[in-house]
Design a protein around this ligand. Structure first.
Ligand SMILES: NCc1[nH]cc(CCC(=O)O)c1CC(=O)O
Length: 310
């Protein structure tokens, strides 16, 4: 069998594509990597939250899935919108890396907890809002671009530290620049953070689908991600909305913590629920409903109207 693997061209995206390629080859599959540039890779001058981010990193990959230019598209699970077009499906989630955020700096003695003020570069609305909520003495500056670009800006002194997903930092082998591992209770990650999602067209032949699923899918990660993605779908949060959620497994139970925070960090709603691992989507949806009842709806509307003003 021969599988064409579609990926974006950033170093992190390529790492993930090679990781997937390796797993497929170990299972006796022949592979080929096809690099595809997306709109999101070209737009570097404006914050993603301001261009309406739906599909900017996925559209061109999905076009190739339909035309047969590629068999699968490899994404960071957290970059994949919660509601795929009906022509596509996710056939596998790879085993999740540690999901937490980390503070990255040349000065590894830096700590959010120290009370000392310094400048953190991040383009994530979630991370900015959570910093404002728990660590108001920290200043933030908007910082876009791939990991290498951000690290270069850090090196140039545009900020003192970056706030990033551990998974990406680890994959790029920048572990020695990690100053602090942030608490999951405060910096609850974006839905899907740390896992790689494999997308295909629903029309991909069944023998290819089953081989790919067998070689790439990590069942325990899949249960967690299905819970989180149902949660996100119900809240209709895209990556420009500071919604966060993370599920973990405890024997046959799933526990999920999730919430939403206003852009200025003043209002934070976070809840947890537990349920059977047989019904991940139901649990994720139930948690979203609990949040909506607790006022998440108002925060969401407020953020959506602010995004439209820009
Ligand atoms: N939004 C960019 C993005 N997409 C996936 C990762 C890291 C890898 C992962 O979470 O799987 C990152 C960088 C970051 O948020 O620091």
């Amino acid at each position: 069998m021969h599988i064409k693997i579609g990926t974006r061209g950033s170093k992190l995206a390529l790492w993930q594509a090679y990781y997937v390629e390796d797993l497929l080859q170990k299972g006796g599959v022949e592979t080929e990597i096809v690099i595809i540039e997306t709109k999101g890779d070209q737009i570097l001058d404006r914050s993603l939250s301001k261009i309406g981010s739906k599909g900017v990193f996925t559209q061109e990959l999905e076009d190739q899935l339909i035309s047969g230019g590629i068999d699968i598209a490899v994404h960071s699970a957290k970059d994949l919108q919660s509601q795929l077009d009906e022509a596509f499906e996710i056939i596998a989630f790879t085993e999740r890396e540690k999901a937490n955020d980390v503070l990255v700096s040349h000065d590894t003695s830096l700590s959010l907890k120290s009370g000392e003020s310094f400048v953190v570069g991040t383009s994530s609305t979630r991370r900015v809002a959570v910093l404002k909520h728990f660590y108001p003495h920290i200043k933030t500056i908007d910082m876009r671009g791939n990991l290498q670009t951000r690290l270069r800006k850090l090196e140039e002194g545009q900020c003192d530290a970056l706030l990033l997903a551990y998974a990406g930092v680890h994959r790029m082998e920048y572990d020695d620049k990690i100053a602090e591992h942030l608490l999951l209770d405060e910096f609850t990650p974006a839905v899907g953070q740390g896992s790689v999602a494999i997308e295909c067209a629903v029309t991909l032949p069944d023998d290819k689908k089953s081989t790919i699923k067998n070689l790439l899918n990590h069942g325990l990660t899949e249960i967690c991600l299905l819970t989180e993605r149902a949660f996100l779908k119900r809240l209709q949060g895209g990556c420009s909305i500071p919604v966060f959620g993370m599920a973990t497994l405890h024997d046959d139970q799933i526990s999920i913590a999730g919430g939403i925070i206003s852009l200025d960090g003043s209002e934070l709603i976070r809840r947890t629920q537990r349920g059977s691992n047989a019904f991940p989507a139901e649990l994720g949806t139930a948690l979203a409903d609990e949040l909506l009842e607790a006022g998440a709806d108002r925060i969401l509307q407020d953020i959506k109207s602010k995004n439209q003003e820009i």
